[in-house]
Design a protein around this ligand. Structure first.
Ligand SMILES: [Zn+2]
Length: 402
């Protein structure tokens, strides 16, 4: 299984200079390669492959000696990431890759050659850099990504691969349906509501003031640079406290339950089309769902995403009667069929839970049948599914209850 650790690093002044040079090279190569690919595509109808792009590097290094000072693997990682971006674009998972600016977040990636000793990390062509690791690194290091945020802080993201497999998931235990909202960040099928901390609102006045100051500064001046740093720092603070909130809440919910059911929101589309765009992108639903997903995976729990067209709000969770309309401002409603009084969001969460369990029942029975009827390679015992619950850790269910 893969695991990623992010730790702050503290390069010396000299290393900082070198790093900004590396960032510059990586950024230049990204923009150059992106431009090459798009112009080649416009001329010939075909893009450039990763190998095709990498083949340009030796000649470029002759023409531009400063490019040669950057570790070659950093540049090759850029090519790899660019190809991945194009694949994601063509498979409709992401937007068309953008040119990189020197004002945004900077990063470079080392695929190999890094080492760790005590509180130091070795980076090729840079040397030993102080690192603040909160836990030890287990398994094999796959890549190390060094980044600098707009507040001039440096980080190393270390991706490792461990021999250990993910625990086999079991659905025995509590199931929780989660509805995501704006007034309340998350509403559960057990009736708990977790209010949105509204990070942006709290910092909003401050941010606006600092942004106004920034806009009055002359372009290219030193005071503009300083003002931009101050704005970046507030953005940073907002991001940090939001991430902290999301981590704590997702940890708690995964810890207390065995199955987590959420709605597939296609948040991106909502943000594009909706007047609530700011509130939605501020509250970070998509990273929350992502956290729930990987935390479930790591602890042998089940994460279920329900189709976003499932009418979770408009269906009565008691008798399944469906109302034709339910405007967004209606927070409470009474079922016309059975008379149950509903809180809009808790009812939606309850429906999600039921739908998740239904999907899960279909899914598990199909897997079990598949294992029974298709014993390949003549070794029946090795392919037969054993009941998942007997192999999964038993402690969580004992604590969680039924
Ligand atoms: Zn009803």
């Amino acid at each position: 299984m893969y695991h990623s650790i992010k730790a702050r690093i503290y390069p010396t002044e000299k290393q900082t200079e070198k790093l900004s040079q590396f960032f510059g090279c990586a950024r230049w190569w990204w923009n150059y390669a992106l431009n090459q690919t798009t112009t080649t595509y416009a001329e010939t109808g075909k893009g450039l492959s990763r190998e095709g792009l990498n083949a340009l590097l030796p000649q470029l290094k002759k023409e531009l000696p400063w490019l040669g000072e950057c570790h070659s693997q950093i540049l090759q990682s850029v090519t790899l990431n660019l190809s991945k971006s194009f694949i994601n674009f063509f498979e409709k998972r992401a937007k068309f890759p953008n040119f990189k600016s020197k004002n945004g977040k900077q990063s470079i990636q080392y695929p190999q050659g890094t080492k760790f000793v005590d509180n130091l990390i070795y980076l090729p062509k840079l040397g030993w850099v102080k690192i603040k690791l909160c836990r030890s690194i287990e398994g094999q290091v796959k890549t190390v990504t060094i980044s600098k945020n707009t507040s001039d802080q440096y980080f190393a993201a270390i991706l490792t691969e461990q021999e250990r497999e993910y625990p086999i998931p079991s659905s025995q235990g509590n199931t929780l349906g989660i509805d995501l909202g704006i007034t309340d960040f998350c509403i559960t099928s057990t009736g708990s509501k977790y209010p949105n901390p509204r990070h942006l609102k709290k910092h909003f006045g401050n941010l606006k003031r600092k942004q106004r100051k920034l806009s009055r500064k002359e372009k290219g001046s030193n005071s503009r640079k300083r003002a931009r740093k101050l704005v970046a720092r507030i953005h940073q603070r907002i991001t940090n406290s939001r991430q902290d909130f999301l981590h704590k809440l997702s940890h708690k919910l995964v810890n207390e339950n065995q199955v987590i059911v959420v709605e597939d929101l296609a948040v991106k589309n909502m943000v594009k089309n909706h007047c609530l765009a700011k509130a939605i992108s501020d509250c970070g639903w998509s990273s929350f769902v992502e956290m729930l997903n990987y935390k479930c995976e790591r602890s042998g729990k089940i994460f279920v995403k329900v189709d976003r067209f499932f009418p979770s709000s408009k269906t009565c969770s008691n008798c399944y009667y469906r109302v034709s309309t339910l405007p967004l401002d209606v927070r409470n409603w009474t079922c016309l069929s059975c008379g149950t009084k509903h809180d809009r969001d808790i009812n939606a969460a309850a429906n999600l839970k039921a739908e998740g369990l239904r999907l899960l029942a279909l899914g598990t029975s199909a897997t079990a049948e598949g294992g029974e009827v298709r014993p390949t390679r003549g070794r029946k015992t090795s392919v037969r599914h054993s009941p998942a619950s007997s192999e999964a850790p038993t402690i969580p269910f004992a604590v969680g209850g039924g």
